[in-house]
Design a protein around this ligand. Structure first.
Ligand SMILES: [Ca+2]
Ligand SMILES: [Ca+2]
Length: 94
């Protein structure tokens, strides 16, 4: 299953350089979603996004520019309400 999902990822392009990947079942169906954090340095400042793909490779969501290079992303039900949350870490050059 994981080999197939990463195979899908390798055939996708993302605006920035891929920095981190998380697999999580965000919508509680039968498939894992793929959460990708990216980052790019533009004019001595960092840009980055979180992008979510379905397990078949369909992009379903992308954040606006987070103003950081995303270095870590984690998905979990952090408040115990049954819905998944995502947290990320990132850095800028300042
Ligand atoms: Ca799912
Ligand atoms: Ca939750």
């Amino acid at each position: 299953m994981f080999t197939s999902q990463f195979g899908v990822l390798l055939n996708k392009s993302i605006s920035g350089s891929v920095r981190c990947v998380e697999l999580a079942n965000l919508d509680s169906d039968t498939d894992m979603e793929i959460i990708v954090g990216d980052g790019t340095i533009v004019s001595m400042s960092c840009q980055g996004h979180l992008t979510i793909f379905e397990s078949d490779g369909t992009q379903t969501w992308q954040s606006s520019d987070l103003g950081k290079t995303v270095t870590r992303v984690k998905a979990a039900d952090m408040d115990g309400d049954g819905n998944m949350e995502c947290e990320f870490e990132g850095y800028n050059l300042e």
